[in-house]
Design a protein around this ligand. Structure first.
Ligand code: 5AD
Length: 483
């Protein structure tokens, strides 16, 4: 079939699923009817869609870490620690890099090595190798809902096994992961792969089971202007809604600016519903998740602790429905379960002390919300025009033309002409819009704020501003500007 945003027809989807599940032996165990029956036995407190709806109704900000180890025993222990010691509201399973790249033979070797050495030799849990029943055992070991953190543009087997295994959420999307995690995968391929995952979630819905799907924000390890992240949220969301998804979360990496982050969260929530309504969808639930700083982290644990606590405050004040946490080990590697649990508790405390503080109505906040919305609408409207109303086609064409663009993307299909930098006040601005149709009056605002930084620091107004903004927060305290 030519690329389109239309829902995959049932008979075609059945054939696609058969071929997909035949790619690895554990695929044979997947049976949606049996899995739907299993999901119906889960209590509400272990179902992510229900837990998130309740958090939104109560105005609470949930905590969720990341985490994955190589063996079932290690993963069981990790998830229990995050649940109990970390008091995580949502318990994760991050897959390892071999699994993300569908190299299941190598993943198996990683499991064996890890068992031999008694420590995790993989950077996540090889969920496909272990299969459905191992996932059910993990789910049985915790008293919270669990989510698969897939980290991949090739999600079709981890989604099948994860959902059948009792995970009630799956993180990943066709645009965001393809442009931030892959070099050669085409945007069309990434979109098609996630249309499969979204259609799968809709299939469970047809069997009476609501599942959570989630867009992964941006993981390029650099800075992303909120508007560019939100454009991607809107497009990934519309693609999911077209496949029948009705419970779709959006993630936003923190800028580390109290006002801009709060504005981004609100603008994201409102723009998502605005575009859904334009497509006639009034029943899609779209909670927003705030991500602890996704750029380079300081190695000093004391400095890292500040980013963790502040990150909890940013999420709470911004009104995010959940926050995805990091640990003081972030600069060094994968955290121990204990450090991971501490990151959760630090964040939870910060949320607690920030409770009730909101910025809505403050002029600076309203200014940022308005600015973000003008940027997002200008670009997303053009993308939709370019596809004659088809989101998938418009997205592919827009990336080819640079109308949709991502800073520092590793993907060959992305122009990456757009350049962001931090301004004199600490907000992330657009230094150069490349070929993105950001309105001229909006760009003048960005430029004026960036020129002020260049003047203050006596550096030229050029791309060096953008490069410096990538690393500055990982510097030791002695090299940071005085407060
Ligand atoms: N355990 C814990 N955190 C992980 N991350 C990635 N893999 C793991 C893992 N196995 C986190 C890191 C990384 C982010 C994208 O996800 O914090 O920066």
């Amino acid at each position: 079939l030519p690329l389109s945003d239309a829902a995959i027809p049932g008979d075609l989807f059945a054939r696609m699923r058969r071929d997909n599940l035949a790619r690895w032996p554990t695929g044979a165990r997947v049976d949606v009817e049996e899995a739907a029956a299993f999901h119906k036995t889960l209590p509400a407190h272990k179902r992510l869609p229900a837990v998130l709806r309740r958090a939104v109704a109560e105005g609470r900000c949930l905590t969720q870490p990341r985490g994955g180890f190589a063996t079932l025993a290690m993963q069981t222990e990790l998830m229990r620690t995050l649940d109990r010691d970390g008091m995580a509201d949502i318990v994760p399973t991050t897959t390892d890099s071999y699994t993300r790249n569908e190299q299941f033979v190598q993943a198996q070797r990683g499991v064996e090595e890890s068992e031999r050495l008694g420590r995790s030799m993989l950077n996540g849990f090889p969920l496909v190798n272990y299969g459905v029943d191992a996932c059910r055992a993990l789910i049985a070991g915790i008293e919270k809902p669990a989510i698969v953190l897939s980290g991949t543009a090739m999600p079709k087997l981890t989604a099948e096994i994860g959902y059948a295994g009792g995970y009630t959420g799956y993180l990943g999307s066709g645009i965001a992961y393809t442009v931030s995690y892959t070099k050669e995968t085409t945007i069309e391929e990434g979109i098609r792969n996630y249309q499969y995952v979204d259609r799968l979630a809709a299939l469970y819905q047809e069997h009476g089971v609501e599942l959570h799907r989630r867009q992964p924000g941006f993981l390029t390890g650099t800075i992303i202007p909120p508007s560019i992240a939100i454009m991607t949220c809107v497009l990934d969301l519309l693609l999911a809604a077209r496949q029948g998804v009705r419970h779709y979360g959006l993630e936003l990496g923190q800028c580390l600016h109290l006002v801009q982050d709060a504005a981004a969260i609100r603008a994201c929530r409102e723009l998502c519903q605005e575009y859904l309504a334009r497509f006639g969808y009034t029943d899609v639930f779209t909670p927003v998740t705030s991500l602890h700083w996704m750029g380079a982290w300081p190695a000093d644990e004391a400095q890292a602790a500040a980013l963790i606590g502040y990150g909890g405050t940013l999420a709470a004040v911004g009104g995010a429905s959940s926050v995805t946490t990091k640990s003081t080990h972030e600069a060094i590697g994968i955290p121990t379960p204990q450090a991971n649990a501490e990151g959760l508790r630090t964040t939870r405390m910060a949320i607690h002390v920030s409770y009730g503080v909101r910025l809505d109505g403050l002029p600076a906040h309203e200014f940022e919300v308005d600015l973000i919305k003008r940027e997002v609408r200008a670009v997303v409207d053009r993308v939709l025009e370019m596809g004659d109303g088809d989101v998938a086609v418009g997205t592919v064409r827009a990336f080819a033309a640079g109308v949709m663009d991502i800073p520092w993307s590793p993907n060959r299909q992305v122009k990456s002409r757009v350049l962001p930098a931090r301004d004199a006040d600490g907000c992330i601005r657009i230094l150069d819009a490349g070929d993105m149709p950001i309105p001229r009056d909006v760009m003048e605002i960005h430029e004026e704020k960036l020129r002020r930084r260049a003047e203050r620091e006596r550096v030229p107004f050029d791309h060096q501003l953008a490069v410096g903004s990538v690393y500055e927060l990982s510097e030791p305290l002695s090299r940071l500007m005085p407060a």
